[in-house]
Each structure stands twice: as C-alpha cells, then as structure tokens.
Design a binder for this molecule. Structure first.
Ligand code: SAH
Ligand code: SF4
Ligand code: F3S
Length: 468
C-alpha cells in the first residue's frame, strides 16, 4: 500500500480509544493516537461523540476477553443509534491489541458490527487501513509486519508529548520467547524483538524535550532487551540503562517493567547500585513458590534462585520496593505447593504485588494439563495470598512514615493547594506545596493511607534517606 491511498477524513472525524490490559497497551494507545492525529483525526474523551472507536484489548485472562465482548455489545447499540440519527457520519468500531491478534476473523464472526481488527504489529498502517474502512470495507490485519512499525510510526507532536505529562512510557522490547505454559503473550505479541538503542534515544530525547522527567522503559521481558547499541555492537539491557543515564541529562528518573528472573543479570543488579537516576523499585514476577509448579509453568528458575536474586538486589539497594505477580491454582497445584508460595511471599516481603487465579487459555499448554484446580480452591488460595500481600503492603507504607524523600510532582490533588507526587518507590504522595508540576521536592512522610502516603514539604536542607 502506498501513501496515495491515505485520504484525509471528511470534516475531521473524531476518535476514542479504550485501553485494557498492561502498560504496553497504554503505550500503544498513545502511539496509535499520535498516528491518528497526524492523519487528521481528532481525539475525544467521549465514546458517544466519536466516529471511530478503537478498543485496545487484552487476552491474558478469560475475564479480559469477556469484558471486550460486553463492551462491544454496548457499542453496537451506539452504532445503530448513530446510523438512525446521522447516517452520513457512521461510527466505525475497531478492535486492536492482543484479542485482535489471537482471535482475528472470529471477532467479526461473533460481532458483525466490528469494522476493523488490527494486531499490535501493524499500528503504523492504521491511517491507510482506515481509509479503506471509511469506504465500507471490513478489514482484518493480523499478519506480523515485515517492516519495523517503530520506524514507520510518526513521532508525537509537541502537543501530544505535553499531554503525556511528566512521566511517560517508552516500549523498548516487545514479544516473548519464553513460553511459560500458562501465558498467551508469545502468541499475541510474537517473537521477542529489541528496538535499537539509537531509535530509543531519539524517542527519549523528544519526550524529555517536551517536558517528560521520568521514563518507564517497557517490554514483556524488558530486562531481556538485547539490541543494537549506539556503538554498532550488541548491548544488553544494563548497558542501555547506563547509556540513557549518561546521555540524557534532562532525565530525572528512570524505571523499567516487566522483568523476568532469568534475565536479572549481575550487571543489571549493579545498575541499581550505580545509577542514581534508576528508581528503587523492581517488579519481578515469580508466579509460584513451588519448584514443582515452576517447572510445570516452564519458568526455568527455582524458588531459591528467586530468593537469591532478591537478596542480591537488596544488598546493593536496601531501600528497594519489590513488586511481583503470582498465579494460584495452576494445574497440579496441591496444598503443599501453595504453602510454598505463601512461604516465598512471606520471605520476600513485597511493597505491593499482584495475584491472580489461573485462567486456562486456549492454545497454551497449561490449558490441557491434567489436575485442573477447582474454582473454590483457587478462590480460597487467592484470598489467603492476597491477605498476606495486603498486610505486607500496609507494613511497607507504614515503614516510610518519618522518612525524608524526594517526590516528583505529577498532578494537582483534590484539595486546594494539594499536589500529588511520586515517591522513588512508585507510591503516590499527597503534599501541600506551592511548587509546580514537574519539579522534584523534598518531603517528610507524615502518614500512610491504603495505597498512598501523605507528606509535609521538608526544608531543603533536610537529609534525604539514603538513595531517595
Ligand atoms: N512478562 C511478564 C508478565 C506478563 S503477563 C512475566 O514474565 O512475568 C502479566 C501477569 O499475568 C503474569 O505475570 C501472570 O502472573 C499473569 N498471567 C499470565 N497468564 C495468566 C493466566 N493464564 N492466568 C492467570 N494469570 C496469568
Ligand atoms: Fe508470558 Fe512468561 Fe513471556 Fe512473561 S515470560 S510474557 S509470563 S510467556
Ligand atoms: Fe494483555 Fe497483551 Fe498486555 S494479553 S497483559 S495486553 S501483552
């Protein structure tokens, strides 16, 4: 397809994007939005006003899929109503993201109201595809593109960068080759690819020039990034972090997510010691504390490997906030296995962690294993684990009371003169201050709420806790 085929939509068609799932989808939605804007579409916050509604979907658990189909049911009615009231400006419905990739044509069969199904690797072609959709064609585009979408996506306009605020996501790695037996990601996102360092730097520089202070590097296995370095050689992820810390002087804070324990190298752990810009927060999913279950999940690490990794990270960065993911009720999980998961969680002490009931996904090896666990056992185990994790979260929040730390102001709070900032440990902090959004201020933590902290602005000379 050539650029000739792009037609500017008549009378600025409005688009609305709803995002489900992980941060990679949040990032993709901003890039799709940039792309649509540069093709002449105008964003709207209201689905009812939109001429194009895109659902950027998640396939990770069954519930995510169900949500999509119930939303599509509602949108179909909206589409019918518009057809009655304003036939000249029909609503087009698009399904993007991981369900689009996994289900393709099937979505059109189930919901004929859908006009477009587009997988994550072809978002750069959206304007061309939409010009066909606008003329009434139904399109399913789920082939993996041969060209690099990142080379073809337009860089965001200055206004689009400003809209991102002070903290922005930047995808550096996509796809997954690990094939954990419960997970759909290798099938929905395809094989692992790492963007070249130079391409990442260009995007980072543009974001920082537009006012971004904090970057979160994203990837399904972000620490598995191994790409073309700025010197033409292959770099690993820690090298990329050192390079960004050195070459992006305007960058105040750097984070990354999500990591796999297998790719948590010594040099990456050293980056947590050596890079002041790298925030003391690590999301490192373990999934289970039982070696038998970890093996069945094809995680290729043992529970004690994970414990040793955490010890090593804590040695260099004692204040690090740890996060993780757990799955309860994977096929074959017995009470003893679950007890080991509880023991592991107790040993680690998370600042915050996510836990899920195992959801069998068609096409993954886990779905056809013997020994599927009953729903009632999954519910009971999940409750037990979440009680422990919630106690740990409260303990972590309370351990910060009385400490002095830096926060990056992100937005205004609900009360007069109140601002919401981000602590180094990712927790939101509310503070009364006259300082501007985008500045880093020193605060003393005064109290803890359920998921956030409350602080008083501290004297500039107050001594910050080490590393913060
Ligand atoms: N790449 C990351 C996680 C990607 S998916 C990693 O390797 O850890 C995010 C989380 O969803 C996973 O960590 C896992 O805890 C959960 N998850 C994935 N597939 C699932 C399934 N079939 N059922 C329940 N939870 C699942
Ligand atoms: Fe899924 Fe495992 Fe890949 Fe993470 S590492 S995305 S859990 S297959
Ligand atoms: Fe969901 Fe796809 Fe992310 S399945 S978790 S949106 S990679």
């Amino acid at each position: 397809m050539t650029d000739k085929n792009i037609t500017t939509p008549p009378a600025a068609r409005k688009f609305f994007i709803k995002t489900y799932g992980c941060q990679m989808n949040v990032y993709d939605s901003t890039r799709m939005s940039d792309n649509l804007s540069s093709a002449g579409y105008v964003p709207t916050e209201k689905a009812e006003e939109a001429d194009l509604i895109l659902l950027n979907t998640c396939h990770i658990r069954e519930k995510a899929d169900e949500k999509l189909y119930s939303d599509l049911g509602r949108l179909r009615l909206l589409q019918e109503e518009r057809a009655k009231n304003n036939a000249a400006a029909p609503i087009k419905i698009g399904v993007a993201g991981c369900v689009a990739q996994a289900e393709g044509e099937e979505i059109l069969r189930r919901v004929p109201a859908v006009d477009l199904v587009i997988g994550p690797q072809t978002y750069h072609r959206l304007p061309q595809i939409l010009s066909q959709v606008e003329t009434g064609a139904k399109i399913v585009e789920t082939d993996y593109a041969t060209e690099d979408k990142f080379d073809h996506l337009p860089l965001p306009s200055a206004a689009a960068v400003r809209a991102r605020g002070v903290s922005a996501f930047l995808t550096v790695q996509e796809g997954c080759d690990k094939f954990c037996t419960f997970c759909v990601v290798p099938y929905t996102r395809g094989a692992e690819i790492s963007r070249p360092a130079a391409q990442i730097m260009r995007e980072a520089e543009q974001l920082i020039a537009g006012g971004v202070k904090e970057l979160t590097l994203l990837g399904q296995n972000v620490n598995g990034w191994h790409g073309l370095g700025a010197d033409g050689r292959e770099w690993d992820f820690s090298r990329l972090l050192f390079h960004m810390a050195k070459e992006l002087p305007g960058l105040q804070r750097l984070r990354y997510t999500t990591s796999h324990p297998r790719d948590m190298t010594d040099s990456l752990i050293a980056a947590h010691r050596d890079l002041a810009v790298l925030m003391p927060y690590l999301h490192l999913p373990v999934q289970s504390g039982s070696d038998r279950i970890l093996k069945a999940m094809n995680r290729r690490h043992k529970a004690d490997d994970y414990r040793r990794l955490i010890e090593a990270v804590r040695r260099v960065r004692p204040d690090i906030a740890l996060s993780g993911d757990f799955i309860v009720g994977f096929p074959g999980e017995e009470e003893q296995d679950f007890a080991e998961t509880m023991r592991l969680a107790a040993d680690i002490g998370y600042a915050s962690a996510y836990s899920f009931k195992y959801s069998p996904r068609a096409g993954t090896p886990g779905a056809i294993l013997n020994g599927q666990v009953t729903e009632s056992a999954k519910t009971r185990r999940l409750q037990q684990l979440q009680d422990l994790l919630s106690t740990q979260q409260t303990a972590f929040l309370h351990s910060k009371i009385g400490t002095v730390t830096n926060i990056l102001l992100e937005k205004r709070g609900r009360h007069q003169g109140q601002m919401i900032g981000r602590s180094p440990w990712l927790l939101p902090v509310a503070v009364q201050t006259g300082a501007e959004i985008g500045t880093v201020i020193k605060v003393k933590i005064a109290a803890a709420e359920r998921n956030s902290l409350i602080a008083d602005e501290a004297d500039k000379t107050a001594k910050a806790v080490k590393f913060a």
